[in-house]
Design a binder for this molecule. Structure first.
Ligand code: AMP
Ligand code: MG
Length: 351
């Protein structure tokens, strides 16, 4: 199959909507990452997503909607008051909510679970595509399973060339990390996966918000997380990645020490540092994490994609504080580092 990459003209979006209605797959931009979409009400179309991605069949998808009334087909009962205020505050936007599912939703979308994940994206291309298709669109990230999520059309092409007919190129993604996933089936909203909408923001509108403890630790053997996606191996660069948190000057010293020791042993080390800190690393090989957490979120998946091409066999990265957007960054970076995190203020013990 030839994979076309086209800008989001109205004609292209109409063609894309036609693909979706006829059971084909289309990759499209959202404000979080690129999605690989199929008609969420067509079980066979949804199965193609799993094939194209090489995604394990027990990892459920997120259904994307453009209007609130599209929820009716997807969820079993009226959303709770907390869910309603969260929709009001964060939709359209990078928040996915989990509800008991309706009987209309094919089991392929939810991987057999009796709950469904729903999100209303804010990206105008995603919204127009859903509107033109006239159905909710089930879409996970448009990467091959085990690869970093795509934040540019070129990343999608790297992973999906020959597997899907069309990639809509909407430029770089504004958030750069996948959506926050909040389980709304209990008393209190519970973040299963941190993202662009923070737990602090949810608590401010919903009264309270729990964060699942699996977010910042490796899973135990055989453990079944509430969000099935969490149990799968996350992309890790070929080189061994370690994160360093704590006061900035100590982090820099600790990274320089480890870098120099690696170099002395004949290894090819690489440092990932915030833009402002780069001069402090002198002549060492450094790539920039950007300026501030928002830019870091936008860059991190592209950097992880590039890490192997940079031919580094040991990587040292500055960490950020695991709160606010930093929790989402540290969740992704932590998993890529198999949670090898050194806190330089606590005597440098490795977690
Ligand atoms: P992706 O779109 O590739 O980022 O993956 C969707 C994420 O949402 C995965 O981590 C899934 O495990 C999670 N997810 C989707 N549906 C559910 C659900 N019903 N219950 C819990 N987690 C879900
Ligand atoms: Mg994904």
């Amino acid at each position: 199959m030839y994979t076309r990459v086209l800008p989001p003209s109205e004609g292209t979006l109409r063609q894309a909507a036609e693909y979706i209605r006829s059971g084909e797959l289309v990759a499209f931009p959202t404000e979080t990452v690129y999605g690989l979409g199929a008609n969420a009400l067509d079980g066979n179309a949804v199965l193609r997503i799993f094939e194209a991605k090489g995604r394990p069949g027990d990892n459920p998808l997120i259904a994307h909607i453009a209007t609130i009334d599209q929820l009716d087909d997807l969820i079993l009962a009226e959303p709770s008051p907390a869910a309603k205020v969260m929709m009001e505050a964060f939709w359209p936007g990078p928040l996915t909510m989990i509800f008991p599912k309706s009987a209309y939703v094919p089991s392929e979308v939810t991987a057999g679970l009796d709950t469904i994940a729903v999100r209303m994206p804010s990206h105008p291309v995603a919204r127009r595509l859903i509107e033109l298709a006239g159905v909710p669109i089930a879409a996970p990230s448009a990467n091959r399973s085990g690869r970093p999520s795509p934040t540019a059309a070129q990343h999608v092409l790297e992973d999906m060339d020959g597997r899907i007919p069309l990639i809509i190129d909407g430029g770089a993604c504004a958030v750069g990390l996948e959506s926050t996933v909040a389980d709304m089936t209990g008393e209190v909203p519970r973040v299963l996966r941190p993202g662009g909408v923070t737990a602090e923001q949810i608590a401010a509108v919903a009264g309270s918000c729990a964060v699942d403890d699996s977010v910042m630790r490796p899973l135990k053997a055989g453990e079944k997380p509430r969000s099935p996606g969490m149990k799968y191996r996350h992309y890790a660069p070929k080189g061994e990645l370690t994160l360093f948190g704590g006061s900035a000057s100590r982090v820099c010293c600790a990274i320089c020490e480890r870098y120099d020791a690696a170099l002395a042993q004949g290894a090819r080390p690489l440092i990932l540092a915030m833009e402002a800190n780069i001069p402090a690393y002198g002549k060492r090989r450094v790539v920039s994490l950007g300026d501030g957490e928002e830019e870091m979120a936008r860059r991190i998946f592209a950097l992880l994609r590039d890490a192997d091409a940079l031919n580094a066999d040991v990587l040292f990265s500055e960490a950020v504080e695991a709160s606010g957007l930093g929790l989402a960054i540290m969740n992704r970076l932590g998993r890529a580092a198999a949670f090898h995190i050194v806190n330089v203020d606590e005597g440098g013990d490795e977690a």
